[in-house]
Design a protein around this ligand. Structure first.
Ligand code: GAL
Length: 456
């Protein structure tokens, strides 16, 4: 009896000790889990923000408000100071998070997850191949009632460049994809090809072709492509022009030039509502940006104005809302991401004013690195209220540029946002909202398996 009771006591004692240790372990575990997650600040990533919607408009989903801290890299605790090194270090633990592998690629051939964008994931075309349209832009073609996505096809090996620490891929050409819904993309092939044999040609494969953009000229009926043309040392610094009678090419390469005698690197073109088009290009080793109205046929530059003087900005993406012009730019850090800025102007020829970093949501590190991407284009969002756009950016992968990713996110402009004090001019607010997963809130037909937009 005594033995039984003492062994029961021993048993109770061990149960309590192990129970207590178990509790400690659980607390420790919870603490560890908590350490490995960052709960984001209170900005909601709900989209669209401050806009009313009809019930039948499908709202984008919310971000899961969690991010790993990557604590062992010091990323979370150093305020992002090591960000560029960590981004460039292909063995860094942030890489699997920033560049998810092919297992969860966006694949429109599969029925699930239809129309959802996952910024940074591999995105497949209708043949099941990763889309190759980097540094690109989108044209909505009223004739075929389709969207065309043009960009750098970088489907070749990444090599050491002639400039130290600036890897490159030989020119393959300009890739073109078509779509009705901005999500399902058909590969239309390479619409402007690299030159394989003539070493004196601008498009000879060891040169540089970047940031192609296409606009349609109603007067001539031609699709006109402008692009950055350079040599391997990036000291030709020119802009190239090509032309086609069809959005799917082939485009004929016309020439390159140093516009107004200046060097020209990152660039874009913007077509205004009245059909006037403009070239924006970086000059003086990216110190200033220039804007020039194009000739009526879009094949030449006319006058030029310096904007963003001494600001060292690149990767311009220009858009318009209610008679005001906006531009997103990046800093100049090659393939590595940095902080975006948004600029605003009442006249496209300037003056342009800086509004600040438009990135909202995620965490500070993400916002300060433009969600690990660099601007390339801004597109009005079909089916959404005025002032709603899609921000298109590139998440470059320096050691394997063909595996660079696309970051598409909703962007809103609130033009009556705020004034510093009553009577002061109103300052608009431009916001790019981080979403891990989202979709365009367009209306669909009742038997919704078709992916047609209400075309603008
Ligand atoms: C970036 C630029 C890209 C590409 C890259 C490498 O800054 O925006 O288009 O030129 O540098 O040179």
């Amino acid at each position: 009896m005594k033995r039984i009771s003492s062994s029961r006591n021993r048993c109770l004692w061990s149960v309590s000790v192990f129970g207590f240790m178990g509790c400690l372990y659980c607390i420790h575990l919870l603490f560890m889990i908590n350490q490995s997650l960052v709960f984001l600040p209170d900005e909601t990533s709900e989209f669209p923000n401050n806009h009313d919607h009809n019930d039948d408009v499908d709202l984008a989903s919310e971000e899961e408000l969690k991010f790993p801290t990557f604590s062992s890299t010091g990323l979370a605790t150093d305020g992002g100071a090591n960000l560029l090194q960590k981004f460039l270090d292909k063995d860094s633990e942030i890489r699997t998070f920033i560049f998810p592998d092919a297992t969860n690629a966006i694949d429109p051939r599969k029925g699930n997850d239809q129309f959802y964008y996952y910024p940074g994931r591999i995105w497949l075309d209708l043949d099941g191949n990763p889309i190759q349209a980097h540094g690109g832009g989108i044209l909505y073609d009223k004739i075929s009632r389709k969207y065309y996505w043009y960009g750098e096809n970088k489907n070749g090996p990444t090599k050491a460049g002639l400039i130290k620490d600036l890897p490159r891929v030989d020119i393959v050409g300009v890739g073109c994809y078509s779509s009705n819904d901005l999500w399902t993309w058909k590969n239309e092939g390479i619409v402007l090809k690299a030159e394989e044999t003539n070493k004196n040609h601008d498009l000879y494969k060891t040169n540089v072709l970047e940031r192609p953009k296409v606009i349609y000229n109603e007067e001539t009926g031609k699709y006109v492509m402008w692009m950055h043309i350079d040599n391997g040392y990036y000291n030709k610094a020119a802009v190239g022009v090509a032309i086609s009678g069809s959005p799917t090419g082939p485009f004929s390469y016309l020439y390159s030039m140093n516009p107004h005698g200046f060097d020209s690197r990152d660039m874009t073109v913007f077509k205004d509502d009245d059909g006037t088009a403009y070239l924006f290009y970086d000059s003086l080793h990216n110190l200033d940006m220039h804007v020039s109205q194009l000739s009526r046929d879009y094949l030449h530059v006319t006058n030029v104005v310096k904007i963003l003087v001494g600001k060292h900005r690149e990767a311009p993406a220009v858009f318009k809302h209610r008679a005001m012009y906006y531009m997103i730019t990046s800093g100049c850090t090659g393939w590595a991401p940095n902080e975006a800025l948004v600029h605003v102007a009442e006249s496209i020829m300037g003056p342009w004013e800086v509004l600040g970093n438009p990135c909202v949501g995620a965490n500070k590190i993400f916002r300060d690195a433009t969600f690990f991407s660099q601007s390339t284009f801004v597109l009005p969002m079909p089916g959404a209220p005025p002032g709603t756009f899609v921000f298109l950016a590139d998440r470059w992968k320096p050691e394997d540029l063909r595996d660079s990713r696309y970051v598409w996110l909703p962007l809103t402009v609130e033009q009556e946002a705020y004034s510093e004090s009553p009577g002061d001019p109103v300052i608009p607010e431009v916001s790019i909202y981080w979403h891990k997963r989202w979709k365009i809130p367009y209306k669909r037909s009742s038997n919704d398996s078709s992916s047609k937009f209400l075309i603008p």
